[in-house]
Design a protein around this ligand. Structure first.
Ligand SMILES: *Cc1c(COP(=O)(O)O)cnc(C)c1O
Length: 480
């Protein structure tokens, strides 16, 4: 009698596993023949209310459920017509690596095993690509939301000293203030909340007509706060804002942060990987001066979810903010408990998966050059889409195209009412799926071109369908 959960019949599991692999590769190969997204039938929704499974279900049955009830009803981010939000499309290499990582079931909190060296190598690649010094370190986290939170914690620890880890904020007289553009992602505000600093202490300063933050306005906000006895501690720059794709003047912000003694954090969630793209890299000048950069491999990097990363200029500051060595995690000079870098010393997680492997596979299988070309091509496609919109009298561009995001709308008497309908119509039609946002307070159709599979024909479809659904919506209103 054994309590092992391994199969009795390994051959059957092997055969089923091979079928799963073939099914999934077929799915990826045939994406274009599928709708981007389809509405979920009520019967499918209702089928997910079963009681907890007490006994075993044959693997083949579970696999069949996956094929019929899960696979067809994804959010569509694999599909070439997907251009909603900021999402990556994945690759077969990343998928295979994820399977290998799950097979290894490595825990990357620490200890002496090679998976840690793989994560270290990826961190080293990013240090070099971003132009960071040898003191830099970094690690995988869920996503840029978590990485931005860590950036705020690092900045707070530098401002208040490591002793503040004991006293907390309760014993401190300072009131710390941070500075960013109104285009900063909402997770930056949440990071201020979670760090106990409060969003009242996040100053959103003016931007120029390209939605880039104005460093002079930021400098003025900082000196106003100093005059009131507050303690400016953090400047957040955007390398690609989530709504319109603006890149803040990072060099000028680095200068300001140095002059003001503030931590300089860059939210480069998708844009920071532009360092490998010839046309984007020059826009990112100054990123190499940041104290920390948050970014995601799962967006423009096309690594399967999730694969966020925090890169820190001086790893000693990560240790100062996070390390603690309880007896059950004590380090030895030999054996399995040895190893120089325990990621649990430089970030908030203890148990951590092997996100590095799918990233290592993807970067090696594709190569930084091809990744950079793909990033450049999505920016070129966005410029083409911007030109198509500008040339079409019924359409209107709502923000300048700076990277790979195009915000526009169908012109009509009530654009804020009609454009949300157009976006939903497009998504339900299933050929292309942009998302909806607001630019300067107005509803905008947002095409965010992150998907490596998107081609010129997809943006042509987008324009044609926006015109078609826009005209239909206006006619329907007139008929009422
Ligand atoms: C996507 C995004 C985030 C949040 O990243 P997650 O990986 O979704 O947590 C933060 N900032 C910007 C600019 C983003 O585009």
């Amino acid at each position: 009698m054994t309590t092992s959960l391994d199969p009795d019949d390994w051959d059957a599991v092997r055969a089923e596993g091979h079928r799963m692999l073939d099914d999934m590769l077929d799915h990826l190969q045939g994406l274009r023949g599928q709708p981007v997204w389809r509405p979920i039938p009520q019967a499918v929704r209702d089928s997910f209310h079963e009681p907890p499974p007490a006994g075993p279900t044959p693997l083949g049955d579970i696999h069949r459920d996956f094929l019929t009830r899960i696979l067809p009803y994804g959010s569509g981010n694999l599909h070439p017509g997907f251009m909603g939000w900021v999402q990556g499309a994945g690759t077969p290499y990343g998928m295979l690596a994820e399977m290998l990582a799950a097979g290894l079931n490595a825990n990357l909190g620490g200890r002496d095993h090679v998976p840690i060296a793989v994560e270290r190598e990826v961190a080293g690649w990013m240090r070099d690509l971003m132009g960071f010094p040898g003191t830099a370190g970094g690690q995988f986290v869920t996503g840029a939301s978590m990485a931005n939170f860590i950036g705020v914690i690092l900045a707070r620890t530098r401002a208040l000293g490591a002793a503040s880890r004991r006293s907390g904020l309760q014993a401190r007289p300072e009131r710390l203030t941070a500075y960013a553009s109104p285009g900063a992602h909402a997770c930056v505000a949440r990071a201020m909340e979670m760090a106990g600093l409060g969003t009242d202490h996040l100053r959103l300063v003016d931007v120029d007509e390209d939605h880039r933050v104005d460093p002079r306005a930021m400098a003025e906000a900082i000196s106003r706060d100093r005059a009131r006895g507050l303690t400016p501690f953090l400047i957040v720059g955007n390398a690609g804002t989530v709504d319109v794709g603006a890149v803040d003047p990072l060099d000028a912000l680095a200068e300001l942060a140095a002059a003001e003694g503030c931590w300089f954090h860059v939210d480069g969630a998708y844009g920071a990987l532009g360092v490998v793209a010839p046309t984007v890299a020059p826009m990112l000048r100054g990123i190499e001066r940041a104290d920390s950069v948050a970014f995601d491999f799962h967006k423009w990097g096309q690594v399967p979810y999730d694969a966020g990363f925090i890169l820190v200029r001086d790893e000693a500051e990560s240790y100062a903010a996070f390390s603690q060595v309880p007896a059950y995690l004590s380090r030895e000079s030999r054996g399995l408990a040895a190893g120089a870098w325990w990621p649990c010393d430089t970030g908030p997680d203890l148990s951590r998966g092997f996100r590095a492997l799918k990233t290592w596979f993807t970067l090696r299988a594709v190569g930084a050059n091809a990744l950079g070309e793909m990033i450049d091509r999505s920016c070129a496609l966005a410029r083409e889409l911007g030109d198509m919109v500008a040339a079409e009298p019924e359409l209107e561009l709502l923000a300048p195209v700076q990277l790979n995001i195009v915000c526009f709308r169908y012109r009509c008497a009530e654009p804020d009412r009609v454009n949300p309908h157009i976006v939903a119509d497009l998504q339900e039609a299933g050929l292309v799926a942009p998302s909806l946002t607001r630019v300067n307070g107005h509803a905008a159709i947002r095409a965010a071109l992150f998907n490596h599979r998107t081609e010129r024909s997809d943006i042509e479809t987008l324009v044609a369908q926006v015109l078609e659904f826009g005209r239909q919506a206006v006619q329907a209103e007139a008929a009422e």
